[in-house]
Design a protein around this ligand. Structure first.
Ligand code: THU
Length: 133
Protein backbone atom coordinates (compact mmCIF):
# COMPACT_ATOMS: atom_id res chain seq x y z
CA UNK A 1 0.00 0.00 0.00
CA UNK A 2 1.36 3.45 -0.90
CA UNK A 3 1.43 6.35 1.53
CA UNK A 4 -1.06 8.13 -0.74
CA UNK A 5 -3.52 5.23 -0.40
CA UNK A 6 -3.08 5.12 3.37
CA UNK A 7 -3.63 8.90 3.61
CA UNK A 8 -6.75 8.55 1.51
CA UNK A 9 -8.10 6.00 3.99
CA UNK A 10 -7.30 8.39 6.87
CA UNK A 11 -9.30 11.03 5.01
CA UNK A 12 -12.23 8.62 4.69
CA UNK A 13 -12.00 7.85 8.41
CA UNK A 14 -12.69 11.53 9.17
CA UNK A 15 -16.28 10.86 8.12
CA UNK A 16 -16.91 8.90 11.33
CA UNK A 17 -15.51 11.60 13.59
CA UNK A 18 -17.76 12.41 16.55
CA UNK A 19 -16.69 15.96 17.29
CA UNK A 20 -19.64 18.16 18.29
CA UNK A 21 -17.50 20.24 20.68
CA UNK A 22 -14.41 21.16 18.65
CA UNK A 23 -15.78 20.56 15.13
CA UNK A 24 -12.33 19.14 14.35
CA UNK A 25 -12.77 15.99 12.33
CA UNK A 26 -9.69 13.76 12.58
CA UNK A 27 -9.08 10.44 10.84
CA UNK A 28 -6.32 7.86 11.13
CA UNK A 29 -5.45 4.78 9.10
CA UNK A 30 -3.13 2.23 10.69
CA UNK A 31 -1.48 -0.35 8.45
CA UNK A 32 -0.62 -3.61 10.19
CA UNK A 33 2.36 -5.66 9.01
CA UNK A 34 -0.05 -8.28 7.63
CA UNK A 35 -1.55 -5.71 5.25
CA UNK A 36 -4.80 -5.08 7.13
CA UNK A 37 -5.78 -1.45 7.72
CA UNK A 38 -7.56 -0.24 10.85
CA UNK A 39 -9.36 3.09 10.82
CA UNK A 40 -9.93 5.46 13.70
CA UNK A 41 -11.74 8.73 14.26
CA UNK A 42 -11.75 11.12 17.17
CA UNK A 43 -14.58 10.59 19.65
CA UNK A 44 -15.36 13.58 21.85
CA UNK A 45 -17.25 13.73 25.13
CA UNK A 46 -19.28 16.37 26.95
CA UNK A 47 -16.86 16.02 29.84
CA UNK A 48 -13.98 16.81 27.40
CA UNK A 49 -11.17 14.80 29.04
CA UNK A 50 -12.53 11.36 28.02
CA UNK A 51 -12.10 12.40 24.37
CA UNK A 52 -10.21 9.82 22.32
CA UNK A 53 -8.01 10.92 19.44
CA UNK A 54 -8.27 9.33 16.01
CA UNK A 55 -4.83 7.72 16.32
CA UNK A 56 -5.67 6.02 19.60
CA UNK A 57 -9.02 4.89 18.19
CA UNK A 58 -7.16 3.20 15.35
CA UNK A 59 -4.69 1.53 17.72
CA UNK A 60 -7.54 0.43 20.01
CA UNK A 61 -9.34 -1.17 17.06
CA UNK A 62 -6.19 -2.92 15.83
CA UNK A 63 -4.87 -4.11 19.17
CA UNK A 64 -8.36 -5.30 20.18
CA UNK A 65 -8.40 -7.35 16.98
CA UNK A 66 -5.16 -9.00 18.05
CA UNK A 67 -2.68 -6.97 15.99
CA UNK A 68 0.70 -6.21 17.53
CA UNK A 69 2.93 -5.40 14.54
CA UNK A 70 2.45 -2.27 12.51
CA UNK A 71 3.93 -0.88 9.29
CA UNK A 72 2.71 2.74 9.06
CA UNK A 73 0.17 5.29 10.25
CA UNK A 74 -1.54 8.09 8.34
CA UNK A 75 -3.35 10.97 10.03
CA UNK A 76 -5.35 13.90 8.78
CA UNK A 77 -7.95 16.30 10.04
CA UNK A 78 -9.49 19.70 9.85
CA UNK A 79 -12.00 22.10 11.31
CA UNK A 80 -15.43 21.18 9.89
CA UNK A 81 -13.68 18.51 7.88
CA UNK A 82 -11.64 20.98 5.78
CA UNK A 83 -8.05 19.79 5.56
CA UNK A 84 -5.77 22.82 5.83
CA UNK A 85 -2.97 22.61 8.39
CA UNK A 86 -1.11 19.60 9.75
CA UNK A 87 -2.88 17.55 12.43
CA UNK A 88 0.21 16.03 14.03
CA UNK A 89 -0.40 13.29 16.61
CA UNK A 90 -0.70 14.74 20.11
CA UNK A 91 1.73 13.84 22.90
CA UNK A 92 -0.50 11.17 24.41
CA UNK A 93 -0.93 9.49 21.02
CA UNK A 94 2.82 9.58 20.41
CA UNK A 95 3.36 7.70 23.67
CA UNK A 96 0.67 5.13 22.78
CA UNK A 97 2.23 4.61 19.33
CA UNK A 98 5.62 4.07 21.01
CA UNK A 99 4.19 1.15 23.00
CA UNK A 100 3.96 -0.85 19.76
CA UNK A 101 6.28 0.83 17.24
CA UNK A 102 10.00 1.53 16.94
CA UNK A 103 11.67 4.88 16.26
CA UNK A 104 11.73 4.24 12.50
CA UNK A 105 7.94 3.69 12.31
CA UNK A 106 6.60 5.87 9.44
CA UNK A 107 3.92 8.44 10.20
CA UNK A 108 2.28 10.34 7.34
CA UNK A 109 0.46 13.58 8.03
CA UNK A 110 -1.82 14.64 5.20
CA UNK A 111 -2.27 18.41 4.88
CA UNK A 112 -3.78 20.42 2.06
CA UNK A 113 -2.31 18.72 -0.98
CA UNK A 114 0.85 17.59 0.79
CA UNK A 115 1.97 14.52 2.73
CA UNK A 116 4.49 15.19 5.49
CA UNK A 117 6.53 12.02 6.03
CA UNK A 118 7.94 11.57 9.51
CA UNK A 119 9.04 8.81 11.83
CA UNK A 120 7.98 8.17 15.39
CA UNK A 121 11.54 9.07 16.42
CA UNK A 122 11.10 12.51 14.82
CA UNK A 123 7.94 13.09 16.84
CA UNK A 124 8.97 11.47 20.12
CA UNK A 125 12.75 11.45 20.63
CA UNK A 126 14.19 9.96 23.85
CA UNK A 127 10.88 8.24 24.58
CA UNK A 128 10.16 6.45 27.80
CA UNK A 129 9.93 2.72 27.18
CA UNK A 130 9.70 -0.52 29.10
CA UNK A 131 13.35 -1.23 28.25
CA UNK A 132 14.40 0.57 31.43
CA UNK A 133 11.91 -1.22 33.65
N1 THU B 1 -7.28 15.08 18.04
C1 THU B 1 -7.01 13.90 17.44
O1 THU B 1 -7.92 13.14 17.08
N2 THU B 1 -5.70 13.54 17.28
C2 THU B 1 -4.65 14.28 17.72
O2 THU B 1 -3.53 13.80 17.70
C3 THU B 1 -4.87 15.64 18.19
C4 THU B 1 -6.27 15.99 18.51
C5 THU B 1 -8.69 15.46 18.24
C6 THU B 1 -9.14 15.46 19.68
C7 THU B 1 -10.27 16.43 19.65
O3 THU B 1 -11.45 15.73 19.33
C8 THU B 1 -9.94 17.40 18.52
O4 THU B 1 -8.92 16.78 17.77
C9 THU B 1 -9.48 18.76 18.98
O5 THU B 1 -8.45 18.65 19.90
Amino acid sequence: MTKEELCNLAKQAMQNSYSPYSSCRVGAALLAENGKVYLGANIENASFSPTICAERSAFAAAVSAGERKFAALAVTGGKDGEINGAFYPCGVCRQVISEFCADDFPIYVLTKGEIISLTLGDLLPHSFSNEVM
